[in-house]
Design a protein around this ligand. Structure first.
Ligand SMILES: [Zn+2]
Length: 393
């Protein structure tokens, strides 16, 4: 084998069950994992009472006991994960079912993982200590199509020092990702666009960062094709179950993508933009990739050309360098087409905030993402890209 061939591993991946109306079988999934009459902690987004009630009824009708936990917020706190873990313990739960967006699923996965351990969530931040292997079973039921939390081994949370950090490891992998497009039809247009862009950024970063994984690239490229063909329709026709379903599949595939190889500068700076300006994660990473994409593409034209083709740039015998150059404008046009707000002025941010944004991007908690980026990121690069993010119009 030539020395240039990459060394990589692929799998195991999270089991996925997909289908319109598939959540009606949730009780059977719990029985398959835990047996009859299981005690279930249902961790649900507080903004989705009807969906939580419906899933609770499905579980009870299937003979299971249900405790509901809804103290979850966007960008969850470690203390909320601890509270969910305590609720699981006091309910003697065998399984945690998370239903909601990425923050809810991250909380559910993490709480299930540490419920039987003595340590709090903060103990596991940045994977400083290994996660316990004796966690509870977990099922993720996403109501957005974006974060891919249902198929990753990551939970992002805010620790006691107000730092946005992550826990990572095999014990965080869900036993089942249950994808039912019907559960995403209520998602408003702005959030549909922002979460869909998060999935797009996952797929792009996972196949263009330093770590090479040709099997993973196939998932990422198909996720990009699905998003290019369906996100606008999901935004404009929210009840279109085909578009919603395609986006759920793409988000879960892109989740597997980042689980295998990781993310780069868009997530390093996107997390920083979340800290500095409280910008929604999907929009934040979307805008940061927009500012860095042409610079990254120069470093690896062949792989960025493949992304451009997946996004719909006509190949027609174009050399890879030309296609790679066409990627950043095509990506910018796509963000505008799905209605993602590009300017951050109305969010109270200005170019004068660039130094702070660059500084948080270079902070230790974002190091693994910076190091994965295809290009090395010096402080001066971070500052230049931060200025571009904050001055975009
Ligand atoms: Zn993301």
């Amino acid at each position: 084998m030539p020395a240039s061939m990459p060394k990589f591993s692929f799998g195991p991946t999270t089991p996925v069950a997909f289908g319109v109306g598939r959540s009606a079988k949730l009780a059977d999934d719990v029985t398959a994992l835990c047996g009859a009459g299981a005690s279930v902690l249902l961790v649900a987004d507080p903004g989705l009472p009807k969906i939580a009630e419906r899933l609770g009824e499905i579980l009870k009708a299937g003979g299971h006991r249900v405790r509901l936990f809804t103290d979850v917020r966007s960008d969850p706190l470690g203390t909320q994960v601890d509270a969910a873990a305590e609720a699981a313990r006091s309910a003697d739960a065998a399984i945690v079912v998370g239903v909601g967006g990425g923050s809810t699923l991250d909380t559910a996965k993490f709480a299930a993982t540490i419920a039987r351990a003595g340590d709090k969530a903060d103990h596991y931040g940045l994977a400083v200590h290994p996660l316990p292997a004796n966690g509870l079973k977990k099922i993720c039921v996403p109501t957005t199509a974006g974060t891919g939390s249902e198929t990753t081994r990551v939970s992002v949370f805010t620790n006691a020092k107000s730092e946005k950090v992550w826990a990572w490891g095999d014990p965080l992998r869900a036993d089942l990702a249950l994808l039912d497009p019907e559960l995403t039809v209520g998602l408003p247009a702005g959030l549909t666009a922002a979460t869909g862009v998060d999935a797009l950024v996952h797929a792009i970063e996972a196949c263009t960062i330093r770590r090479l994984n040709p099997m993973n690239d196939a998932l990422c490229h198909h996720a990009i094709r699905l998003i290019a063909a369906n996100l606008r329709r999901a935004v404009e026709a929210p009840e279109d179950l085909e578009a919603r379903g395609a986006m759920q599949i793409a988000a879960a595939m892109a989740g597997i993508g980042i689980d295998n190889t990781g993310t780069g500068i868009a997530h390093a700076m996107g997390h920083a933009l979340g800290v500095v300006g409280h910008i929604h994660h999907g929009r934040a990473v979307g805008l940061c990739l927009r500012a860095a994409l042409a610079w990254n593409a120069e470093a690896d034209p062949a792989r960025h050309a493949a992304v451009a083709v997946a996004l719909g740039v006509p190949a027609q015998g174009c050399p890879p360098a030309d296609l790679a150059r066409d990627l950043a404008p095509a990506y910018d046009a796509f963000l505008r087409e799905v209605g993602l707000p590009i300017s951050l002025r109305k969010d109270g941010l200005a170019p004068a905030d660039a130094e702070r944004l660059a500084e948080v991007t270079m902070a230790p908690e974002n190091k693994s993402m910076r190091d994965s980026n295809i290009r090395e990121i010096a402080p001066a690069d971070a500052l230049r890209i931060a200025r571009e993010v904050l001055s975009a119009a």
